[in-house]
Design a protein around this ligand. Structure first.
Ligand SMILES: *Cc1c(COP(=O)(O)O)cnc(C)c1O
Length: 485
């Protein structure tokens, strides 16, 4: 047990006058006039003063209390916490990329623009859509840009419409994006098998509906096998089909949303295409559209003129800019490196392994944990705590106990249509051995729920802190360090 080794705040180890490094005395005259008129802060109040050793050890100790995908399986559902090859980090950090200033004129960054155009081409090929913008900075940002494109296209027809249909299993960002774009959201109930109830969709699909936002495979990890039929119903009434492609690793190289009747889609490069996800770092949510919607893409669009790449701002029907410069360029470079290093077979293997791994877990845990939907899984599977509830054990207890087994817990209590949900997405990068370790831990916990539930309820036992007062943390957050007098 390693409890009670509390890491102090960096402010608490501060002592006046300590420095991590010192510059030699200035041997040229001081020029105060250079920054005249610039509002400069003289000092930062209570700025911590520590030595290099102290600051290094402080942050290293903190990092060791954390869990990361470089340590082990991180099976958060609807998140794709997969291992990303380090070589892509190296390449995107190459000084030729990382050092090129975003304000450089386009004739000096032809190589960068080629990177973006090539990535667009690969994303078109993978998704079956006709044109892409790489600007949106995340999934939700892509959703908003996509919905704005749909709104602009409908307005051009003379009727922006009022409603967006969204299945009850959808990720929370879908209704919020539609809402921010000015639409009323109408929920479509899922059927017995967890997919969209086609009859319910047909009844809801009127001339007032701008779009259906669909996630495929949906957040239960189930493929919407009626997607062609569903798209036909939406199109027949003049609506658009928006697909949330955040978890594209179920489909890459196997099936293309554009071939299923999808008109607009966003991808999460920070899930599927080699940018680490979850560290709070930059993301990228490119949006792909069918030909008909291309004029509405954000500006600038990268075009080719006379053998050069140019930034085209002359697009009267564009929804405008959604992000400064080119989006999160380093994320885009990683995605291109990833796709090119895998090649077509490798891209296909992403999906094959993601689906195989999820189904391996599903089959292995079938008797131990309850499955609300019997439909086969794609890249993730959703269990519930129904069997453990009989012993007074909830999904929270199971998640906390997994930490004692050295495993990051899965997503809990989502999607909302599965009470007590444990949503597991192993991703394609886990080996058979790591999957078996996870399955072994889950089985041990199922057994413990029957035989020794008290131990489970008190978990985790091996962490620096046990169960946190989550309500207290939300209601009375301590956001400011107060210096002790
Ligand atoms: C992650 C995710 C999103 C949101 O992506 P962000 O980059 O976090 O904004 C949307 N939909 C689904 C299905 C997701 O898994």
């Amino acid at each position: 047990m390693i409890k009670e080794i509390r890491e102090p705040l960096v402010f608490e180890i501060s002592a006046a006058g300590k420095r991590a490094g010192e510059l030699p005395a200035l041997d040229v005259p001081v020029r105060k006039d250079l920054l005249a008129g610039v509002p400069l802060r003289r000092e930062i109040e209570d700025f911590p003063e520590v030595s290099e050793t102290e600051v290094t050890r402080h942050f290293t100790r903190l990092s060791q209390k954390n869990y990361c995908v470089d340590m082990g399986i991180y099976p958060l559902g609807s998140c794709t916490m997969k291992y990303n090859p380090k070589v892509n980090e190296r390449l995107s950090a190459h000084p030729a990329f990382a050092g090129s200033h975003p304000l450089l004129p386009e004739e000096l960054v032809q190589g960068n623009l080629e990177v973006l155009r090539t990535l667009e081409r690969f994303l078109r090929e993978i998704t079956g859509l006709d044109a892409f913008t790489l600007q949106p900075a995340a999934g939700a940002h892509g959703e908003l840009a996509g919905m704005m494109i749909i709104r602009a296209a409908l307005e051009a027809r003379g009727d922006a419409r009022k409603i967006v249909l969204i299945p009850d299993s959808a990720h929370g960002t879908n209704p919020s994006s539609a809402h921010i774009c000015g639409y009323a959201v109408k929920e479509i109930k899922s059927g017995e098998d967890g997919t969209i109830d086609v009859a319910a969709l047909e009844a809801a699909m009127t001339g007032e509906v701008a779009a259906l936002m669909v996630t495929n495979p949906n957040t239960l990890g189930v493929f919407e096998s009626d997607i062609g039929l569903i798209a036909g119903i939406v199109h027949a009434k003049g609506g658009f089909v928006y697909m949330d492609g955040a978890n594209m690793n179920a489909l890459t190289g196997v099936a293309r949303p554009g071939d299923m009747g999808v008109d607009v889609l966003h991808l999460n490069l920070h899930k599927t295409f080699s940018t680490p996800h979850g560290g709070g770092g930059p993301g990228s949510g490119p949006v792909g559209v069918k030909k008909e919607l291309e004029p509405y893409l954000p500006v600038p669009v990268i075009a080719e003129k006379g053998g050069r790449y140019v930034l085209d701002f002359d697009r009267p029907r564009s929804i405008g800019r959604v992000r400064a410069f080119f989006g999160n360029f380093s994320v885009l470079v990683r995605a291109l490196c990833y796709i090119m290093s895998l090649g077509p077979e490798g891209v296909r293997e992403i999906a094959e392994l993601a689906v195989l791994n999820a189904n391996y877990i599903r089959k292995s845990l079938e008797g131990d944990y309850h499955l609300k939907y019997a439909t086969p899984s794609m890249h993730e599977c959703v269990f519930s705590d129904k069997l453990q509830k009989e012993h007074g054990i909830t999904n929270l207890d199971i998640a906390k106990r997994l930490i004692d087994h050295g495993v990051h817990p899965p997503t809990m209590s989502f999607p909302l249509i599965v009470p007590g949900a444990l949503m597991i997405e192993p991703t394609e990068t886990e080996s058979r051995r790591d999957l078996d370790l996870f399955i072994g831990a889950m089985k041990a916990i199922a057994k413990e729920a029957k035989e020794n539930p008290d131990v489970l309820r008190a978990a985790p036992h091996v962490t620096y802190v046990g169960r946190l007062d989550e309500v207290g943390a939300a209601k009375n957050p301590v956001l400011r360090w107060e210096k002790k007098p």
